[in-house]
Design a protein around this ligand. Structure first.
Ligand SMILES: [Zn+2]
Length: 412
């Protein structure tokens, strides 16, 4: 007979081969042909367990294990199966498959539960189609409306409404399917860490305490574009040199003038005219600042704005700073942290209470119910790339812990 670990491995590997980029990682955008094939695979597995399957207008799969007293709110388990371009096979899928395995085990062992369980496979978590992350869970929790869906577009100019309709979804029904507070008793998501702490510390389990908030700024510097050979250094107004000064300072500010948990990144930079022999006339770059403590974000943001003004003044550039995105940090439920921690102690699993630098679907549910997360290690801390790996032994431990914690929560 197949062991739990064999089944988990089989499911993850079977979904991994459904990719638009074979040999180059997992590329499985929501609402694509690959998404449809992965869903069909999951539906077959869910049907074997007699789950009641419903797909909402945004494409979130809601599969209910109708057990116990059906009038009681459910314990929700879930994650996502969509990916970034050329991503890894464990991000999201690990949580979905662990939840599926949990239901298999509970059925096989005939575990009695007071409450029903619901497995939710959230659509469009990665933001690969429209640049908006966690879209499925935002729609499910009423944070994104039908009107908003008609306004967002793919890079090819197709609206969110049309993309979802073309996938066969009843998009007009999204308002009706919004989650209600009384529908849910708790939510747990198992996910790969996507960072290197657990692997480095040789610890198979992370219990998440807080999820970092973030702020994204677009900084624009304008100077004078000119010939790279004929313009002496003292006559330049070079926004690229100014940008480099601000970017190096961001690293220093996040490292030395904020909190140990604060991180700051510039991952995107655009310059005009972008020629090797021309001094740039304009440079735009994006600053991503994150922390579980809002004070850390505040400190770096203030320092960055001051530095930008100072550099612009000194170099004769014009500058503008635009806040283009913001999300608050969230604290996860101490009740669920305790349920997971006490299970880890009972089972004698080595664990670490930690923060999440990445935002996840479960963060969208924190104002609805008690939310918890379990992390399993990402080898070498790699994620969102074809090299993303997690040991199946660790996923099995995470899944065991999930089972123990869910049994506790579903019997409350
Ligand atoms: Zn994910």
């Amino acid at each position: 007979m197949e062991s739990c670990m064999d089944r988990i491995k089989r499911d993850i590997e079977n979904i991994a081969i459904i990719t638009a980029t074979p040999q180059k990682g997992s590329t499985r955008f929501s609402y694509s042909d690959e998404d449809r094939r992965a869903r069909e695979y999951l539906f077959k597995e869910m049907e074997k367990l007699n789950l009641e399957i419903k797909v909402d207008g945004a494409g979130n799969i809601r599969a209910k294990y109708a057990h116990g007293n059906e009038s009681l709110p459910s314990v929700i388990l879930g994650s996502h199966i969509d990916t970034v371009a050329n991503g890894g096979k464990f991000d999201g899928v690990t949580g979905v498959i662990s939840a599926l395995e949990l239901i298999r085990v509970i059925k096989e062992k005939k575990v009695q539960l007071k409450r029903p369980l619901e497995l939710i496979v959230f659509a469009e978590e990665e933001g690969s189609n429209f640049g908006i992350t966690m879209l499925g869970s935002k729609i499910l929790t009423g944070k994104f409306s039908l009107k908003d869906l008609k306004n967002i577009k793919t890079y090819d100019g197709i609206t969110g409404y049309d993309v979802m309709s073309n996938f066969g979804l009843d998009v007009d029904s999204i308002g009706r399917d919004v989650l209600k507070r009384n529908d849910v008793a708790a939510m747990i998501e198992l996910h790969v860490e996507q960072g290197g702490i657990l692997d480095l510390e040789d610890t198979p389990i992370g219990i998440v305490k807080s999820i970092a908030g973030m702020r994204t700024y677009k900084i624009s510097l304008k100077g004078v574009s000119n010939h790279a050979g004929t313009t002496p250094m003292y006559l330049r107004k070079d926004p690229m040199a100014g940008a480099s000064e601000i970017i190096s300072y961001l690293e220093e500010a996040a490292k030395e003038h904020a909190l140990p948990t604060t991180v700051g990144t510039v991952g995107k930079i655009l310059c005009k005219p972008n020629m090797p022999n021309v001094i740039s006339g304009e440079v735009n770059f994006y600053v991503d600042i994150r922390d579980v403590d809002p004070q850390g974000i505040e400190k770096v943001a203030d320092a960055l704005l001051n530095k930008t003004n100072e550099v612009a003044k000194k170099r004769g550039l014009t500058s503008s700073v635009e806040l283009i995105g913001e999300s608050d940090s969230v604290k996860l439920s101490s009740k669920i942290i305790e349920a997971i921690e006490s299970s880890a102690i009972e089972e004698n699993y080595k664990y670490k209470i930690m923060n999440s630098g990445a935002v996840h679907d479960s963060a969208m549910l924190t104002n609805f119910t008690d939310v918890g997360m379990i992390f399993v290690p990402s080898i070498g801390g790699l994620s969102h790339c074809p090299e993303e790996r997690t040991n199946y032994e660790d996923i099995k431990l995470g899944c065991d812990l999930l089972i123990h914690a869910v049994i506790k929560l579903a019997n409350e």
